[in-house]
Design a binder for this molecule. Structure first.
Ligand code: NAD
Length: 522
């Protein structure tokens, strides 16, 4: 739906306040909480993809010239896999998650319940306009929330497709798609949501964070940054070059975790440039004519990227065509770290190589900038990759490949510092959209176990309580069970012996009962 103009009163059905109230009311009915509802909505989302693959691919082609293979793998299949995983694990995730017990909780039941926040706002970006909007939505539905989806207005064909088709598949009371540019998104952000999930630039991320803070709304911010690549001399140059060029030119470099720049020694630079030139030709012999290479999304982005090429030492590429917003796969060599291309996230098919003296200089270089979303190392020496991982930070990292870590659903995906807050994918998505409610279930009984907490207080009670509550490494689960069963079995045995003294050994009976009774035949 479109928002009604701001001058229309807040009783209008397209006013942000009314939309949010509607979703809140639907949440309060409790219908999103049941397993059956969540499963049905996720299944419908899967149907949406199955029945509209071609339409989505067409829209992505119009927006970004996105090749069908890229559209299917990076926008559709990846989200469908998220749904499949959710459907498989949802029951388990929705149940209580027991936590470690201590001596003081041995007889209790401490656990975490994952419960929905309520109404969540998901704001998407234009570069993967299906994936970045609907992948978080999978987690939001699985966790039992109502959702307001805000696609990016920049990828307008995909925005329109989702606006028109998605509501046909999902519950109309609980899920809404709203189309809005920056100004209207600002109006939406004035409302109080229970959670906001935002993907986009760090600059707008700050605006979203500020708006959320006014209502103390928790957020996930999936932002950007400059993701470095280290290449050392032990790496296989051709395979390294091929993987880097693939990752850089996927979606024409408009990928948040695309390799942004390469750090290597001058000696490696020469070999790497040769290998990249060959790999680039092998992957895309004629990128301008090939259907396998994207275009830049807008004239604004195209002009910015064209500007970054000025006064650079182009190793290969550098061809641009304004009419089709085409920029060829481009590698820049001997790049000055102070040049504009190194002062902003590139987000296009331009790859600068910055020569450094050694691995320590490379580490210092990365650590002197903002914390990146991804970091890549190509080496055959584990000591090198270990050192880099230990001495730097980033949202995620991948050794000897690029981008692929984000396809592992068991790995939380997200940034750190200015590249983001929070993470998602797989169980992590479910966690992100859930409040972790801590529950301690005790029995009304066994009060003597922690009776020392009650007044009147005394030194001996302090000592007893301290000993009971003192941290000890977790008891193995089987030990707690064994103690309980062991104690039960032992007391049963003792009770039986005491009620049938003739089963006791003679010596014990003498001690316990004095004279040995004669009716046991002994
Ligand atoms: P963007 O910040 O321009 O827009 C993202 C969303 O914010 C859009 O839906 C847009 O409508 C909305 N928006 C824009 N201006 C706004 C404003 N003033 N107030 C409120 N909302 C506003 O980002 P983009 O250009 O679409 O995406 C590119 C950036 O996103 C890059 O930095 C990239 O690294 C980052 N990104 C990050 C991830 C990730 O998963 N971490 C994924 C994709 C893109």
């Amino acid at each position: 739906m479109r928002l009604s103009p701001s001058q229309n009163g807040d009783t209008n059905s397209g006013h942000p306040k009314v939309i949010v109230e509607r979703l809140n009311a639907a949440f309060r009915t409790g219908k999103t909480r049941s397993y059956d509802f969540r499963k049905a909505q996720l299944t419908q989302l899967l149907r949406f993809f199955d029945e509209n693959t071609d339409t989505l691919c067409e829209a992505l082609w119009k927006d970004l010239h996105k090749p069908r293979q890229e559209a299917i793998l990076t926008e559709i299949e990846i989200v469908k896999n998220e749904i499949r995983k959710c459907l498989h694990d949802l029951k388990k995730w929705m149940g209580p998650h027991p936590v470690e017990k201590s001596i003081s909780t041995l007889m209790d039941n401490p656990y975490i319940l994952y419960e929905p926040y309520g109404t969540v706002l998901i704001i998407g970006a234009w570069n993967y306009p299906v994936n970045l909007l609907l992948s978080p939505m999978v987690g939001a539905i699985a966790a039992g929330n109502c959702v307001l989806l805000k696609p990016s207005e920049v990828s307008e064909n995909t925005e329109r497709t989702i606006e028109q088709l998605l509501p046909r598949y999902l519950d109309k009371d609980c899920f809404e798609v709203v189309c809005a540019g920056p100004e209207d998104t600002g109006r939406i952000l004035k409302e109080k949501f229970d959670y906001i999930f935002y993907t986009g630039s760090t600059m707008v991320g700050k605006i979203v964070y500020e708006a959320a803070a006014k209502h103390l709304t928790p957020v996930t911010l999936e932002l950007g940054g400059k993701s470095p690549v280290f290449v050392d001399s032990t790496a296989d140059m051709y395979l390294t070059a091929k993987r880097i060029m693939w990752g850089k030119n996927l979606n024409a470099g408009q990928t948040c975790i695309a390799p942004d720049y390469v750090l290597c020694t001058p000696a490696v630079q020469g070999k790497l440039v040769d290998a990249m030139k060959k790999a680039s030709k092998d992957l895309l012999a004629d990128p301008k004519q090939a259907p396998d290479f994207c275009r830049i999304v807008s004239t604004r982005q195209f002009d910015r990227l064209k500007g970054l090429l000025e006064q650079q030492n182009v190793a290969f590429g550098g061809d641009v065509d304004t009419t089709s917003r085409y920029i060829s796969p481009t590698v820049l060599r001997d790049v000055d770290p102070e040049s504009p291309v190194m002062k902003q996230e590139i987000f296009g098919p331009i790859l600068p190589i910055v020569p450094v003296k050694d691995i320590d200089s490379a580490i210092n270089f990365v650590n002197s900038g903002e914390k990146p979303l991804a970091l890549y190392v190509f080496t055959n020496d584990n000591n090198v990759s270990d050192k880099i991982l230990r001495q730097t930070t980033s949202g995620g990292a991948c050794i000897n490949d690029v981008i692929m870590h984000c396809a592992v659903d068991a790995l939380p995906f997200g940034g750190v510092g200015s590249s983001g807050i929070g993470s998602y994918h797989g169980f992590s998505s479910f966690e992100t959209f859930s409040h972790k409610r801590s529950v301690l279930q005790k029995k009304l009984g066994w009060d003597f176990l922690l009776a020392s907490r009650y007044p009147p207080y005394s030194n001996s009670k302090i000592n007893t309580t301290t000993a009971l509550l003192k941290y000890r490494p977790a008891l193995p689960k089987w030990l707690g069970t064994a103690i309980v069963f062991g104690a039960g079995a032992l007391s049963g045995y003792v009770l039986r012996l005491l009620t049938n003294p003739q089963q006791l050994p003679r010596e014990v009976r003498e001690v316990v009962y004095g004279d040995v009774p004669m009716h046991d035949g002994m």
